[in-house]
Each structure stands twice: as C-alpha cells, then as structure tokens.
Design a protein around this ligand. Structure first.
Ligand code: HSE
Length: 274
C-alpha cells in the first residue's frame, strides 16, 4: 500500500479555519507486512518511529498497526504552516481505509489536528471550504499561483492559536466577513481580481504577523506580478499569490529579496491523498 498526501495552505487570508488549498508537494507512506517505522526526509531523526507517530495514531483509529511496517518519505517541512501534520493524519487514515469517504476520514482525523481546514484539503485536494465536518471542494485550482516563502524558524500551531484574542471588534468581524465572502466567490468563479480583492484579514493575521517574518514586508511592497500575500496556516510561511503569467519574475524577485528564506513556486494540486 503506497499513499501520498499533499501539503496544504489554510485560511487563504480571511477564511480562518474554513478555507484551504492542497499544494503540489507530497509526503509518501508505504505500508507493508513487517515491523517498524522509518522516517526519511523532513522530520527524520525527529518524528517518532513508534506507534506515537501521528500517522500511526491515525491509522490505528481504523486498523491495527501490528505486523505492519511504515515507511515515510517526507517533503513537507515541519511546523512551517504547510500542513505537515494534516498530511501525516491523511496518510494514516487513507492507508488504513482507502475506501472511506473524505468526510468520514475528516470526522476521525480532525480531533487529532484540532481544526479541519488543512485536513479537508489534504483529503480531497483543490480549493476547499469546510464547516461542521462537511467538505465542499469548490475548485480544482485557483486563478493566482502560490509562491511559498518559507523561513527557517518554526511556529507551533497550538501556540499561534493560543495567541489569538478571545474577542474581536464588530468592525474587524465585519471587515473579515466581507473578505471571506469575496474569497468564496473568487474560488468559485476563478476570477483573479476577486481573489486579489479578498486578501485581507483581521481575525488572525494581525496577531500572527510577528511570527511570520516576511509577511508585513511583502504586503507593504509586493513584488512585480504579485496580487497579494497570506500567512499560510499559522505561519511562519507566507504565500505570495502571483499572476500566473508573471510567476517566474515574481519568484525571482522574492528569492533575491529574501535570501534568508526558501522560496518555492508551487501549484495548487487538484488531487488530495491517494
Ligand atoms: N486554521 C488553522 C489556524 C490552520 O489558522 O490556526 C493551522 O495550520
């Protein structure tokens, strides 16, 4: 059994905890008869090679891990806001129950993750909205191209969530609701101008900017060809959204400006875990 699960970028600006995309960057898991856990690539020497491994915990919700060997080949960096834990959960669930529906797997996996958006996108691919255990895959792709600017430092999602205020003003809620409505319309219509207009959030990005070191600088001075920037999940990675025809120049400008980060031009993956 060989399964692979994509990286994801959650929130997409104003879609806090309800919008995400799958990205064309994959972790793989091979499950064979035998014993043991091997982690290669990202997280090697760090992620547990025991039944405590998050993917094995997910697998164990549906099938016994006994008598199985789990071999991971990971490419999604850890704790960078690119959905490495959602990918691990998706791998474990899909390897244990390949015939289960995405919403069945989401119900099992979301408690392990604490929120549903990354996992929903990792399970079905494309651009998704998720609410109350449901998943709507609204589009296979987006009309702007994601470029990830990935700092070396890490951010724990639990810490980043704990730093959010318990209450926000009505004005900030209204602003964000308006942008979230635009985001949904942009995904559904595939209109790049609507997507550009949707970039703006007052529920989480203002409180996370300090932990996403390139966010404010990029937002204040977008490189040529960029339509906007979002914090990927809880950061520290930011996604710069480029006009597709201007992607190479935009990525080159980011590489030149931010030599301290890894700049990767990615694509939205229409496929989820397979
Ligand atoms: N929606 C979640 C958050 C995603 O922003 O905390 C975490 O990757």
């Amino acid at each position: 059994m060989l399964v692979r699960a994509p990286a994801t970028s959650a929130n997409l600006g104003a879609g806090f905890d309800c919008a995400a995309v799958a990205l064309d960057l994959w972790n793989e898991l091979e499950v064979t008869d035998g014993d043991g856990v091997v982690v290669e690539g990202e997280g090697a020497g760090e992620l547990p090679e025991t039944t405590d491994n998050l993917a094995l915990r997910a697998y164990g919700l549906l099938a016994s891990t006994a008598g199985k060997r789990f071999h991971f080949r990971n490419r999604i960096p850890l704790e960078r806001g690119l959905g490495s834990s959602a990918a691990a959960i998706a791998l474990g669930l899909a390897a244990a129950a390949p015939e289960a529906s995405a919403e069945e797997l989401l119900a099992l996996g979301a408690p392990l993750e604490g929120h549903a958006d990354n996992l929903a996108a990792a399970l079905v691919g494309g651009a998704v909205l998720t609410w109350e255990g449901r998943i709507a895959k609204v589009a296979d792709r987006l009309p702007l191209a994601p470029i990830a600017v990935i700092p070396d430092e890490r951010v724990s999602t639990d810490g980043a969530r704990a730093a959010l205020p318990r209450e926000v003003s009505h004005a900030d809620a209204a602003y964000t609701a308006g942008r979230a409505a635009l985001l949904g319309a942009a995904i559904a219509s595939g209109d790049p101008d609507l997507l550009e207009a949707s970039f703006g959030d007052r529920l989480h990005e203002p409180y996370r900017a300090a932990g996403a070191p390139h966010f404010e600088a990029i937002r204040a001075d977008l490189p040529p060809g960029a339509a906007g920037v979002t914090i990927s999940g809880s950061g520290p990675t930011v996604i710069v959204w480029a006009r597709p025809e201007r992607l190479p120049g935009c990525a080159a400008a980011l590489e030149e400006r931010y030599a301290d980060a890894t700049v990767v031009a990615l694509a939205v993956s229409p496929k989820g875990v397979l």
